[in-house]
Design a protein around this ligand. Sequence first.
Ligand code: KG4
Ligand code: ZN
Length: 331
Amino acid sequence: MSQDVILGIESSCDDTAAAVVDRDGNVLSSVIASQTHIHSHWGGVYPEFASRAHALVVVPTIERALKEANVEGPNLKAIGVTRGPGLIGSLIVGVNTAAGLGLGWNVPVLGINHLRGHLRSADLVEKRVELPAIVLLVSGGHTFLARLESLTEIQLLGSTRDDSVGEAYDKVARLLGLGYPGGPAVDKLAKTGKDSIPFPRPMLNDGFEFSFSGLKSAVGRFLDKNPEVDHADVAASFVSACMEILITKCRRALEAYPAECLVVVGGVAASPQLREGAAELCDRLGVKLCLPPLKWSTDNAAMIGLAAWDYLNTGVTPPLSATASLKITEF
Ligand code: KG4
Ligand code: ZN
């Protein structure tokens, strides 16, 4: 008998994930097979190894998610699978697996934009987002601000011209010898240091666009010239520069457009410094802050499942083809 649940599958980068979610965003199961142990050796994601690892674990990961949710494949309402953006070899593993399962189980399969998944992560477990909203998406691959009039009408305000903020965190982590993944390690070290180094804030005064490569290079140059510097002070000063940029741009967007809430999503939304900074800003402006639960800020399949619900019964079937580059404004 058909159950009112969707299976989400995520394999765009270095996590193989499967989850079962209902239409209200309740998560019946969420399984994540991390590849950190494989990529930490290289200090970043090694694409060929990522796709091979996805291929090895994708079926057992899905089996576990279904078992934990007590759902049989043929009884699913649909399957939602990340179709992009991401590493093409990794995406193909998830998309082809989903296509095969959908055919075998006679269940519809919807290709989901990973960025839409992050956006919908803010409504997991509890409905939080109120419209219209301003969205800050900060992940390893993307950094942008957007306006959300409805769940399907997304207007991009500005994105990064070069690196994403997550990429900058990861590169600074490497410069500081903190290993991979770098974001949480930089945050932790930053808490023990002083914000004493005046790193640049690129494009701080320029509209809604971002740039982080100059900041990352400035950290590298500073470390070359000051090999004895306390790394905790470098981390604290770097995080402080990132936060000033992100919070200033959010404030600008909230002052420029009517918004019920600020939605902050993507892996860097796991940063306690960003969570605190966004909370202070929203308090000051009297706007609601919508954050995903901490464990669903970074890549997961529950957010992909919830995003898939948006397409059911709308007459719109997003394409299933794996696509490495996909904008937030595309399906
Ligand atoms: O959304 P995500 O899991 O994957 C992509 O879609 O890219 O984001 C990963 C990024 C990485 O750059 C990672 O360093 C960063 O999110 N990240 C953090 C934290 N946790 C993960 N950055 C800052 N503070 C954190 N606590
Ligand atoms: Zn992501």
